[in-house]
Design a protein around this ligand. Structure first.
Ligand code: ATP
Length: 306
């Protein structure tokens, strides 16, 4: 038995170590924002951001040649404005943010920032200009302070704490056993999805980029947490050119423009009010979500009464 137990136990150890290494690798890619897929062109120049207008011009993209993901996608996010992208799962919403980050190159059309094709600029300068609050933030196995400071290494402790306060996570951190020095991540304290997202927001506030991509978490958060996160996101996006990849339509009612993506194509666009009036796909997604919310609220009320 012992003979069997030792190798199995060892394999368990190896498995856990590999899993941690993979998590760390993912963290590296996400956090160092490096893409194995694309290289700088010879003579690439640093991106110069004036106002920060983003344009997608007839963008076509496929991860593999057999399956087209985006077709003829064109839109503009004027400097300082917010455009939301909604649509069914798998429509290609997150792919748009990966292309803006240049994790992959477009196969047709082009993406520009203040008129500069993003394939012509240095990747480091592109990624310095864009802040990303991803769906699921991977944290380093280090202190909360380190994880927030990742947004800007030269930030002082006071700046880190001010960013945490704006992201509505300072109270939570102060209550941790070692406050800002508490170890988090795979090897430390595990944070909930909402807490991790607020750490990502604090990190982005510290980075202070002119362009923002907010990839909303799909997982349901309780409504108090959702409101806190929404307030924090509203604060960070004020005055910055922002693309919101939205799953909950209630969070994007105030967007300057909403794009409805279906199977890689923009099938509707407009403000919330105009799209409701058009009574198309957006209106049906909206009505479905409203009904689901009503059911959730009724269930919560019944459970609270018990
Ligand atoms: P969700 O709302 O579920 O997050 P989405 O609209 O953001 O979905 P994308 O993540 O952009 O959808 O994915 C669009 C399509 O591309 C999906 O069918 C997905 O399976 C496929 N896809 C995504 N990433 C890759 C990849 N790295 N390689 C191959 N296919 C991929």
């Amino acid at each position: 038995m012992v003979q069997l137990y030792v190798p199995l136990n060892f394999m368990g150890f190896v498995y856990r170590e590999i899993k941690l290494a993979v998590a760390d690798l993912e963290a590296m890619f996400l956090l160092l924002e490096k893409s194995p897929e694309v290289d700088d062109r010879p003579g690439a120049r640093p991106l110069v951001v004036a106002g920060g207008t983003i344009r997608f011009e007839k963008v076509g993209f496929a991860y593999d040649p057999e399956r087209q993901i985006l077709r003829d996608v064109s839109f503009e996010v004027p400097a300082g404005k917010t455009v939301a992208i909604v649509g069914p799962s798998g429509a290609g919403k997150s792919t748009i943010s990966r292309l803006l980050f240049r994790f992959y190159d477009v196969q047709s059309g082009r993406i520009t920032i203040d008129g500069q094709d993003i394939r012509d600029v240095m990747q480091t300068s592109l990624r310095d200009a864009i802040g990303m609050v991803p769906q699921d933030t991977v944290l380093f196995n280090d202190s909360v302070r380190y994880n927030i400071r990742y947004g800007r290494w030269d930030a002082t402790d006071a700046e880190v704490e001010a960013a945490a306060a704006l992201a509505q996570i300072d109270g939570f951190i102060q209550d941790l056993p070692n406050g800002y020095d508490t170890e988090v991540g795979e090897r430390g304290l595990k944070l909930s999805g909402g807490e991790k997202q607020r750490v990502a927001i604090a990190r982005t506030i510290l980075k202070g980029p002119p362009l923002l991509i907010l990839d909303e978490a799909t997982s349901a958060l309780d409504s108090a947490t959702e409101k806190d996160i929404q307030d924090a996101l509203d604060r960070v996006s004020r005055g910055r050119t922002t693309i919101v990849i939205a799953h909950r339509l209630s969070t994007i009612v105030a967007a300057d423009e909403i794009l409805v993506l279906e199977a890689g194509e923009i099938v509707e666009r407009g403000t919330h009010a105009a799209l409701l009036a058009a009574d198309g796909l957006y209106a049906s997604l909206w009505n479905r979500q409203r009904k689901a919310e009503e059911v959730r609220e009724t269930l919560a009320r019944i459970t609270a009464q018990d």
